[in-house]
Design a binder for this molecule. Structure first.
Ligand code: 5GP
Length: 644
């Protein structure tokens, strides 16, 4: 047995559970467990008794409010058989306007228009009246009008804000099942109607609203506490999406996860105590038992809750923030993720859609492209939290990760919010890589993004650039570099190079005007941002072959480069490729290329927009062209700061 202190409560359990403060209940990926027999305590029996009373009251209420018409299906059949709907139906007799009356109304209207028509002098009005007469005399129109009369009266009798059921979807499925074997025309038609996605979406919306409507009736006072009964519908496709924690012998809702039924319904809130689910008492149960219990439950779940006493702040306007992860994250390797089942793994460079920052330590997010498959949002470390723990890791290298994490938790719990913010600022200044906010950007046709090919020497990126320039010289160009050497006889200033004196070069260099520079034969050479901009302004795509150290200047230059990493293949393959160029590198040289690439990837992988492994030069070339063409057809994620 292990005991873990968390936020003022104690959780006891197995080693696995102890490392997680919360337990996901009904989240995809949970393993099925057997239901254990459950016994109610005396206290719970009292609540149950009250609950029974409540149920009775509700049943009585609903009987009073909504008469269930046993003739409903009969009427439906008549509706199908008889176009003069409901003529003989007793439900619509008496004071109500019957379909007979409706037809009489139409007749009267028809006569009136005929009468008016005689007095119309102009041909146009005469024609309009004739059209109306034809319409009113049409049998289909009469039938439609009768249906409208009946339905509108029925609608007026039932208060549309009082739902009869929150299980319209379930009923719909039941009817579909019954109709499965039906070969009748009406059966087939009804089945087609019920399987229509729009109708299904309508029912889903209905059920969500109905659950909320019904819940409002279910708040009662019990022993001085407000006890709320809520119903949620749980299926295999729609998980509840909540985590629970123990607080003494109580089971509390710890977190409501975006995308689940709990969140959609708005009925379960953080801090609610769950007294019962479907009459099964939860007091005294361990969160693991609750998890197992919920695994087995499907259909309508009735929760008896003591709502959280915390005053709820106005719901935040949930705006999605798109970020690029600048670090790898594996929840199975993180002892501090509050609920491992809900942890979202990602790799640096991945785009994440952050949909909730309600808990600043653990954001809820989807990975770009996974939204369809991932029903529930996953937990990722919040930016500040990640900065803080990374900083701690750096400042206390001799301590184990677990110890560092505990230290941080203690700190955070003890300190005021203000302090925590300053911690975050300190961490930021240490340049810990966390997330960068991103936005979609579609390059304009007349201002193409420069393509920066990044690779260690001998990875073939120069050759790829050369091929692009040869194949499409009007589309691609290189920036004219600066040099301090003198111009040769055939060279022109601004064509081969910008020829400048050393002082001017050095001034520009210290002013940060060069993306890259180097010395060769006592002369300085370099590519300036202005030279790249010149190519961009000409409407062509500027091709750059760069080292990773140039990325910082280039990315902060407002040139919006698209960065492609050209990775070398295996050592053996690299040796073969270099041999075709007449090069005979030593094994240690080959190893150095591969090691350099690994380092580049490790330190700058988060800013690479794409990676091409140059194992087959032709394939790499086609892939490069495909990526470049994609910039014209699809928007790409770029740092939001580039667009400000
Ligand atoms: P050359 O003076 O013969 O035109 O070029 C000599 C060498 O200068 C080239 O082989 C290359 O290594 C270097 N060089 C030429 N242009 C640039 C440039 O834009 N940047 C850097 N860093 N080196 C360059």
């Amino acid at each position: 047995m292990i005991t873990t202190h968390m936020n003022g409560y104690v959780q006891e359990g197995t080693a696995q559970a102890a490392s997680h403060r919360e337990r996901a209940v009904d989240c995809p990926g949970d393993e099925s467990c057997l239901v254990k027999p459950v016994h109610c305590s005396a206290q719970m029996e009292r609540i149950q008794h009250y609950q029974d009373e409540l149920r009775k009251r509700r049943e009585e209420d609903s009987r009073g409010k909504h008469d269930i018409d046993p003739n409903a299906s009969l009427r439906l059949r008549k509706l199908a058989q008889n176009p003069k709907v409901g003529v003989d139906n007793p439900t619509f007799e008496g004071k109500e306007h019957t379909t007979k009356d409706a037809i009489t109304d139409l007749e009267e209207l028809l006569q009136a228009i005929k009468w008016v028509q005689q007095y119309l002098s102009d041909a146009r009005s005469h024609q309009d009246a004739e059209l109306l007469i034809q319409l009113l005399a049409n049998d289909d129109f009469k039938c439609a009008y009768s249906i409208y009369t009946v339905v509108s009266q029925k609608m007026n009798r039932v208060n549309p804000t009082s739902p009869l059921t929150a299980q319209a979807q379930e009923l719909c499925l039941e009817v579909q099942k019954i109709l499965q074997s039906s070969q009748q025309k009406e059966g087939l038609e009804l089945r087609a109607l019920l399987t229509n996605p729009h109708l299904q979406a309508l029912m889903q919306a209905h059920d969500s609203l109905a659950v909320q409507e019904m819940a409002e009736d279910n708040v009662i006072q019990y022993l001085g506490k407000t006890v709320k009964m809520v119903r949620l519908h749980k299926t295999r496709d729609t998980p509840l999406g909540a985590t629970v924690r123990n607080d003494m012998d109580s089971v509390m809702v710890s977190r409501v996860v975006k995308g689940g039924t709990a969140e959609h319904s708005g009925l379960l809130n953080e801090g609610d105590e769950i007294l019962e689910i479907n009459g099964i008492s939860l007091r005294g149960k361990h969160v693991n038992e609750v998890h197992d219990l919920l695994q087995q439950m499907h259909g309508t779940l009735t929760f008896l809750l003591i709502p959280s006493s915390q005053i709820k702040s106005a719901p935040h306007r949930q705006t999605v923030m798109h970020v690029r992860a600048d670090f790898d994250y594996d929840p199975s390797d993180d002892p501090f993720v509050p609920c491992r089942e809900l942890g979202l793994s990602f790799q640096k460079g991945d785009i994440l859609h952050v949909i909730s920052q309600d808990d600043p330590n653990w954001w809820q997010a989807y990975r770009d492209g996974d939204e369809e498959n991932q029903l529930l949002a996953g937990l990722i470390p919040g930016k500040c939290f990640q900065q803080q723990r990374e900083t701690l890791k750096r400042t206390t290298p001799d301590r184990s990760r677990e110890q560092q994490g505990k230290r941080w938790y203690v700190k955070k719990n003890k300190q005021q919010k203000k302090k925590s913010t300053s911690l975050c600022k300190n961490a930021e200044s240490e340049d810990v890589l966390t997330y960068e906010e991103m936005s979609l950007y579609h390059q304009p046709a007349n201002r193409k993004r420069p393509i920066a090919l990044i690779a260690p020497t001998n990875s073939g990126h120069d050759e790829l650039r050369r091929r692009l320039l040869v194949v499409e010289p009007n589309k691609f160009a290189v920036a004219v570099p600066h040099t301090t050497r003198s111009a040769r006889i055939h060279e022109r200033n601004g064509r081969e190079y910008h020829f400048v004196n050393r002082q001017s070069f050095e001034d520009d260099l210290s002013a940060g005007k060069f993306i890259e520079s180097g010395e060769y034969g006592k002369n300085l050479y370099g590519t300036s941002t202005d030279s790249v901009r010149h190519v961009v302004n000409s409407g062509r795509i500027c091709l750059l072959c760069l080292h990773t150290r140039s990325l910082k200047v280039l990315r902060s230059s407002n040139l919006k480069p698209f960065v492609i990493f050209i990775a070398p293949p295996s050592q053996e393959r690299l040796r073969t490729l270099l041999a075709t160029e007449g090069k005979t590198p030593k094994p240690e040289d080959l190893m150095e290329v591969i090691e350099k690439a690994r380092e580049m990837e490790q330190d700058f992988g988060h800013v690479f927009d794409a990676t091409i492994v140059n194992a087959e030069p032709n394939e790499a070339f086609f892939e490069l062209r495909r990526l470049i063409e994609k910039l014209d057809t699809e928007p790409q994620w770029v740092p939001t700061s580039w667009l400000c």
